[in-house]
Design a protein around this ligand. Structure first.
Ligand code: ATP
Ligand code: MG
Length: 459
């Protein structure tokens, strides 16, 4: 991709002349007549280098330099200065400018400075990206879970990593779709290129197309310059289309084309762009039935469903709850500097029995809360949120036909009462409150169910 250079000078004609010669030299160059407009542009677009005049009314070159260093420290800034203020320019280099050129200058001179600056910043950026990626490559090891269902997921992830096959991740909210998508990318041959995530449900329909495919200057009101879309940014890498079930129909057609031909046209452009991207899509919806009833393009569904991976909800792999909880406990304890080493067996049991409708994200939040609440080095039941006790336990629910309703109700009643007594340390009035019944009614039930109450000395 061409490097993008922004030339800033209050004498806009001078900026335009320089921009024109930079364009001629093969760069994508824009001219801006004042520092504030330049900053706004830098914030919105990918600018690789800025050349600015030093002396400008209102916000001068130095103020612009400082602002850029604050918000985008990696963008090299070259100062243009009058011969008489070279001394100031030297100061500015100390303050973070890449270099300066003094007026009048030859185009060749500035081209050399630009080339040097861009070479350096490319190296810096590549290093940074490699480092980031290296850090995240361990994501694969961070996929916690040893249950048979989860091992099957890991197996599929391992298999699909090294192909370019489109992957469709399905599963309830919080089951780890995004984490798995990253694991696939960072364990594939594409790991040194970008992983670009797009949440299709979070971007307004009117902006999604330009976000994905880019636009040309003037393609619509507000399109003040060309913009590179996410597909292009992911060239050579992976694009993660999250919540694809919420993709508007108009864009579904364009995605289908990218999947078929790896090509698209940016908004307002007639030029077809080619990209080499791996597509990973995710949804918590049932795309198959959406496709069957017309809510989602059927042809797109089949293109996406080449390699489906279904992430099981946590309640269907309860063996993973304890190791996940431990993983989060250690991670959070590390982050907060708290010394928390374990859960009590009761705490583990309570977490294992809970249904976790919000899956792993909910479990993580629960542990996070416990880490804040816990006073000792061990997280106990009392450190867990109360709603964990309120949900029925699907795991212990007998299947229909295997028991009768009356004995199920008795078992349920007994289990609730024992739990409330336990929570209340055997204090009956407190247990009755927890159960939402009168003390008398509790007493009656205790006799009926022959439950012995042992009062505990509170810890
Ligand atoms: N197997 C796992 N091991 C460790 N952490 C996990 C695992 N799966 C998910 N997580 C963590 O749980 C949280 C939720 O995961 P993620 O964001 O990937 O879920 P999601 O399926 O994309 O959810 P949503 O549909 O709500 O976007 C993240 O913080 C993630 O790091
Ligand atoms: Mg997600």
């Amino acid at each position: 991709m061409k490097h993008r250079i922004l030339v800033v000078d209050n004498e806009i004609r001078l900026a335009e002349v320089l921009a024109a010669s930079l364009t001629h030299a093969g760069y994508a160059a824009d001219a801006s007549g004042d520092a504030r407009a330049a900053l706004a542009l830098i914030e919105k677009e990918n600018v690789d280098l800025v050349i600015t005049d030093m002396r400008m009314p209102e916000m001068d070159g130095r103020a612009l330099l400082h602002a850029i260093k604050r918000t985008s420290p990696d963008i090299p800034v070259i100062m243009i200065t009058a011969y008489t203020s070279v001394r100031d320019a030297v100061e500015l280099v100390k303050e973070g400018a890449f270099d300066y050129v003094s007026k009048p200058f030859e185009t060749d001179e500035i081209l050399q400075t630009i080339a040097r600056a861009l070479r350096l910043s490319d190296v810096v950026q590549d290093n940074k990206r490699l480092r980031d990626e290296l850090g995240r490559r361990y994501d694969f090891q961070n996929l916690i879970g040893t249950s048979a269902t989860f091992r099957r997921v890991i197996e599929l992830v391992t298999k699909v990593c090294d192909s370019r096959a489109t992957v469709l991740l399905t599963g309830e909210s919080g089951t780890g779709k995004e984490l798995v998508a990253r694991a696939i990318h960072f364990n594939s041959a594409r790991r040194d290129k970008q992983f670009v995530a797009v949440n299709c449900a979070a971007i307004p329909e009117g902006l999604l197309e330009s976000e994905l495919f880019g636009h040309t200057k003037g393609a619509f009101t507000g399109a003040i310059s060309n913009r590179t879309g996410r597909f292009k940014l992911a060239d050579g890498g992976t694009i993660f289309l999250d919540e694809i079930g919420d993709m508007p129909a108009s864009i579904q057609a364009k995605i289908l084309r990218v999947l078929q031909e790896r090509s698209f046209e940016p908004l307002g452009s007639t030029r077809t762009e080619q990209v080499d991207v791996r597509v990973i899509a995710a949804t918590h919806k049932d795309l198959r039935s959406s496709a069957a009833n017309g809510g989602f393009r059927e042809d797109l569904y089949y293109r996406l469903n080449v390699f489906p991976i279904q992430l099981p909800p946590l309640r269907e792999r309860r063996e993973d709850i304890a190791p996940l909880a431990m993983h989060f406990l250690h991670k959070l304890a590390n982050e907060t500097g708290k010394r928390l080493v374990n859960f009590t067996p009761q705490a583990i049991q309570t977490m294992t029995e809970y249904a976790w409708p919000g899956n792993i994200r909910e479990l993580m939040n629960c542990v996070e809360r416990a880490v804040i609440v816990a006073r000792g080095t061990t997280v106990d039941v009392s450190d867990l949120p109360a709603y964990l006790f309120d949900s029925p336990k699907p795991a212990s629910e007998p299947k229909l036909g295997q028991s009768d309703l009356d004995s199920d109700l008795v078992a349920f009643e007994r289990e609730r009462i024992v739990r409330a007594l336990d929570e209340a340390n055997g204090v009956q009035i407190r247990a009755a409150e927890l159960l939402g019944i009168s003390e008398r009614s509790l007493w009656y039930r205790l006799k009926k169910l022959k439950i012995d109450v042992v009062k505990r000395v509170s810890a």
